[in-house]
Write a protein that binds this ligand. Structure first.
Ligand code: SF4
Ligand code: SF3
Length: 553
């Protein structure tokens, strides 16, 4: 195996025998083979675009496949074996369609050469034998490998956003077309400038995908509102729901109403509390615990069933006792955990097994008390625009610092807590994603009633931060986003953060700090392009960086 897609990769170069995350050699190889299968599908889908033939079914399959390979989502080898099998069948359908369309148009059969990804057959070689031959290291040149993987890793993040939007009924042809073009491109001998262009196009498409998801979420559940979320527990049994899937949240809340079972959010599901559509459920009791890497202790003390709707799922340790209470659904899977099947067409998921189990469980053990405030997505911040702009003009707010992104288990992430603590009292933190758990319980106070940590939501809501920046630019009459009193100190872990980074670069944001380490998949040559063109920086110490941030550097 060779995997370097996340921030915790071994020695910041690559996991080669077993993932730091726990991913096995076989699972990593199967994920590579799934990506290779998607490349084969993409090659035909791209060719079919020339005949104006496309289908959302293919787009959806590719998005789901990419999403399944993101860090800490799908741990079940059987799942990948079945996706590869289905993918190859799907590829053959597209191949047939292409050959027919070609012959119809040209009056003769297609005789061109196609890449192995489009033609290999499991009747010639087993999945196990094929998988190790199609991974990241098959691209020998370090810069070409880096550009291809930056593109594929960014696509994985975009695919997660596209999948969430599709679940709510929002899909766009141009996004699916780009998935096909980008995946197919990695099988071609493109020049470096051509590959760089595709990476920057990925930034534009990432922004478009995030905008689509924002529309899907806000049209379905309303615009997030300022909300105080309870951190304590009640006396009823509870179900803990984590991950990012709001449709699962909706259906779980509906099905648990009047059952005597409360629902608590964990990790990235915290922002569900901000949506008007969920506020009517009195049994949505609060948020329990912190970010994903604390699951092994927090799931233990929750006492009731846990529903994982997406990443990040940390496999339970041997001494954990909650395996029997752990349920997965959607993209996420884990051998030994019960999986709630997808909703039938036009129907709903059936969470009754989780609810029945919850009724037999003890209420959660209290971890903390108090509340957390959030819900500062774009509409809410725009509603406060006069107040915010007034505070900037009066000098009460000197600087905004976007500290969005992911959390992770490494000690080096203490940096983000230290930055939050060290920032002067006239600085406001804008956040989204689970990165917030490094500082959202520090009680950093407010500036004339504006909290110093403004949480827009999940990593899926990072789009809001871009909209807020553009609105501030407009309100302050500035020509360029880089003239704003705004700095970016982004924490990344998994591939959605890479999509967000590419989107920010597309927006022209310069001087982003990215940590706790720069991605291992950036070769020195590719890193230099990003440093030269966008002034992308690694983090330093909290003190140095806060000084530089406040000085606009
Ligand atoms: Fe290693 Fe991260 Fe890949 Fe897991 S996801 S194998 S930790 S690089
Ligand atoms: Fe977190 Fe996994 Fe990325 Fe959604 S839950 S931000 S790491």
């Amino acid at each position: 195996m060779f995997c370097f897609q996340c921030q915790e990769t071994a020695k910041n170069t690559g996991c080669t025998t077993r993932g730091v995350c726990g991913k096995s050699n076989d699972l990593a190889n199967l994920q590579d083979l799934l990506i290779y299968t998607l490349k084969g599908i993409a090659l035909y889908a791209e060719l079919l675009q020339e005949f104006d033939i496309r289908s959302n079914r293919t787009g959806r399959f590719v998005a789901e496949g990419l999403f399944a390979t993101i860090s800490n989502a799908s741990w079940d080898e059987q799942r990948f074996l079945s996706m590869i099998q289905t993918g190859l069948e799907h590829r053959e359908e597209l191949r047939k369609q292409f050959l027919e369309a070609y012959e119809k148009k040209h009056g003769r059969p297609f005789e061109g050469e196609l890449h192995d990804a489009a033609t290999w057959s499991p009747s010639d070689i087993s999945f196990e034998a094929k998988a190790p031959k199609v991974g990241v290291l098959t691209t020998g040149d370090a810069d070409a490998r880096s550009l291809r993987e930056l593109l594929v890793i960014g696509l994985k993040g975009m695919a997660a956003y596209a999948d969430h939007a599709a679940i709510l009924g929002y899909e766009q042809d141009d996004i699916y077309d780009f998935f096909m073009q980008a995946l197919a491109s990695t099988t071609k001998g493109l020049s470096t400038p051509e590959m760089v262009t595709l990476v920057f196009q990925a930034g534009r498409m990432a922004l478009e995908t995030m905008a689509l998801l924002d529309k899907a979420n806000t049209s379905t559940y309303g615009s997030p509102e300022i909300t105080n979320v309870n951190l304590g527990v009640r006396n009823n049994p509870g179900i803990l729901i984590s991950g990012h899937d709001l449709k699962d949240m909706e259906e779980l809340l509906e099905q648990t109403a009047n059952t005597g079972v409360d629902v608590y959010t964990h990790g990235e599901m915290l922002p569900a509390h901000y949506y008007p559509a969920f506020k009517k459920y009195n049994h949505l009791a609060g948020n329990y615990g912190g970010s994903w890497w604390r699951q092994n202790t927090e799931f233990e003390s929750f006492n009731g069933p846990i529903l994982m709707t997406t990443n990040c799922l940390v496999p339970p340790r041997k001494n954990n006792t909650y395996q029997d209470r752990l349920f997965t659904t959607g993209t996420v899977s884990l051998p030994g955990a019960k999986h709630i099947p997808n909703r039938p067409t036009g129907g709903k998921k059936d969470f009754s097994a989780i609810i029945e189990l919850a009724k037999t469980c003890k209420p959660p053990t209290e971890l903390e008390t108090g509340t957390l405030v959030g819900g500062f997505a774009h509409d809410q911040v725009v509603a406060l625009a006069d107040k915010v702009v007034g505070a900037v003009k009066s000098g009460a707010i000197k600087r905004f610092v976007v500290m969005a992104g992911c959390d992770g288990r490494h000690k080096t992430r203490q940096y983000y807590t230290d930055v939050a603590k060290t920032l002067p009292k006239d600085a406001v933190i804008l956040t989204a994603g689970c990165a917030k758990y490094r500082y959202n319980k520090l009680n950093l106070g407010d500036i004339d009633g504006i909290p110093r940590v403004l949480d827009a939501g999940q990593c899926n809501d990072s789009y809001s931060l871009g909209v807020i920046a553009l609105k501030l630019k407009e309100a302050l009459g500035l020509a360029d986003i880089n003239e704003l009193p705004l700095s970016f100190d982004i924490a990344w872990y998994e591939q959605k953060a890479v999509a967000v980074l590419l989107a920010l670069l597309h927006m022209g944001v310069k001087g982003i700090r990215l940590g706790p380490t720069l991605p291992a998949f950036l070769s020195p040559g590719v890193a230099k392009v990003l440093v030269d063109q966008f002034d992308l920086k690694p983090i330093g110490t909290a003190e140095e960086d806060v000084d530089a941030i406040m000085a606009g550097r």
